[in-house]
Write a protein that binds this ligand. Structure first.
Ligand SMILES: [Zn+2]
Ligand SMILES: [Zn+2]
Length: 264
């Protein structure tokens, strides 16, 4: 199902923007919704997109501990809609989700959220197939098969045309062979380039000392001629004011001729 999602990056190219922002509803973020807006204004953003972890539909009644619950949807959407109006003079606010592409349940999840006025979605492919049984792709020791499936799922997700961009495209952790890494990752990078979708540089990963954004991955993207988009992936309002991390990451690609389309 292709949702009616009006936001395009083309229309916001060059604006100081962050499209990767969470809320307390996902159970691993803190602060009030309006505090994210106020910190974003203080930081100098012109555009703030909320992209909290979508409440996926799970057939077996599984309740996720890392997403908002389905019964929080109404409150999330109405809160962001109210903030849009309240802060309209100071900042453009958009309402979205960070979603996974689970082939068996994606349509059901889309049907659920299609009833709401959403502006955009980003893809955050943390798991394959299902949050319960499948591997978290960011774990050590992923096999080539898992890595390939990850890339396949991301490309299938892009084919739905529901995604503005891909959050932390290098969340998948495959470290055993550089040639194989490049082979599969270039498939993804070329797909993004073809679609004119920038590569996210994920600030939460950097601040938490995770394996992404990886220098090797950024280097591949630079050589492949991809553009970049900064994603704060804020799970606390004050993270929007962490200029030191932000500028360090921007410099990583700008120093090599890379273009960051949304930077502060
Ligand atoms: Zn999160
Ligand atoms: Zn996120």
């Amino acid at each position: 199902m292709k949702l009616n999602l009006p936001l395009t990056l083309d229309s916001l190219y060059g604006k100081k923007a962050n499209f990767h922002t969470h809320t307390f509803r996902c159970q691993h973020a803190t602060g009030k919704d309006h505090e994210y807006v106020e910190k974003a204004i203080e930081a100098g953003y012109e555009v703030l997109g909320f992209s909290d972890h979508i409440p996926h539909v799970f057939d077996d009644g599984y309740v996720s501990g890392i997403r908002m619950r389905m019964d929080e949807l109404d409150g999330y959407i109405s809160s962001i809609q109210n903030l849009k109006k309240e802060y309209a003079k100071d900042i453009e606010i958009y309402c979205g989700f960070e979603a996974e592409y689970f082939p068996n349940s994606f349509e059901k999840t889309m049907a659920k959220v299609s009833q709401y006025p959403l502006d955009y979605m980003i893809l955050g492919q943390h798991f394959l197939g299902n949050e319960i049984r499948a591997n978290y792709v960011g774990r050590y020791g992923q096999t080539e098969e898992i890595f390939k499936t990850y890339v396949d799922h991301v490309i299938e997700a892009l084919n739905t045309e529901n995604f503005l961009y891909v959050a932390h495209p290098d969340v998948v952790k495959f470290t055993s062979d550089e040639t194989l890494y490049a082979k599969h990752m270039l498939r993804l990078l070329q797909e993004l380039k073809k679609r004119n979708i920038p590569v996210e540089i994920n600030m939460a990963g950097y601040c938490d000392g995770r394996h992404y954004p990886g220098d090797h991955f950024l280097d591949l993207a630079l050589k492949n001629g991809n553009t970049f988009i900064m994603g704060v992936d804020a799970h606390a309002p004050e993270e929007l004011l962490d200029f030191e991390s932000y500028n360090t990451l921007v410099a990583k690609v700008e120093n090599h001729g890379g273009i960051v389309i949304n930077k502060l």
